[in-house]
Design a protein around this ligand. Structure first.
Ligand code: COA
Length: 175
């Protein structure tokens, strides 16, 4: 059964295979925008990338302007990486209006099997542990898969802004 797993360099090969499946499309919740896939083939670069992802959960870690601390998790089944998820610790203006607390993506070959819905459910525990009582989730108006993922987890629609549907989920409702 897939679990939300702390990023680890031992998943290098599977992570690369998963990333290649996206064919350059944005991998929501994956982080590492400054790293190239080519560079990440190198195990030493990959190890640094993983260290950076893990460290981003610490408020004192260096990060780009406009970015907030973030806890990254990989959706993993055994040794296979199925997707990525990020829990942003706080909402700046952009995240409040458009980005939300939690972002995720599932590799194309693993979609339509309930992984995103389960990962979002599991991530609400991570969010609760970070002190987030109500998580903001957003998706593009035309992103039927993400919309269902959010609604499947009890997301309450508030409004749409800049083409994004905004939902709230009470993280501690079930725990
Ligand atoms: C959106 C995404 C994460 C869904 O992942 P997934 O693992 O296939 O989703 P699940 O199998 O858990 O499905 C969850 C729900 O969405 C529905 N769904 C998934 N993909 C769908 C699609 N393409 N069209 C319509 N419904 C879809 C499922 O039927 C299910 O609905 P249900 O709860 O009513 O049964 C995945 O398509 C993806 O990574 N897309 C690109 C990145 C992205 O859009 N991330 C979200 C940013 S807000």
């Amino acid at each position: 059964m897939p679990t939300l797993t702390v990023p680890d360099a031992r998943f290098h090969q599977s992570w690369l295979e998963a990333a290649l499946e996206f064919e350059g499309a944005h991998r929501d919740g994956a982080g590492g925008e400054d790293w190239t896939l080519k560079g990440l083939r190198d195990p030493a670069h990959f190890a640094r990338f993983v260290d950076e992802l893990v460290a981003d959960t610490l408020p004192e870690s260096p990060r780009k302007d406009g970015y907030v601390p973030c806890t990254f998790r990989w959706i993993v089944d055994g040794d296979t990486v199925l997707g990525s998820l990020a829990v942003r610790h706080e909402l700046n203006d952009f995240l409040f209006n458009e980005g939300g607390h939690i972002g995720y993506s599932v590799r194309p070959t693993a979609r339509r099997r309930g992984h995103a819905a389960q990962a979002l459910k599991d991530s609400l525990i991570v969010a609760a542990e970070l002190g987030i009582n109500r998580a903001l989730l957003t998706c593009d108006e035309d992103n039927a898969g993400s919309r269902s993922t959010i609604e499947h987890n009890g997301g309450i629609y508030e409004d749409s802004r800049a083409g994004k549907r905004r939902y709230w989920i009470a993280t501690e409702a079930d725990y």
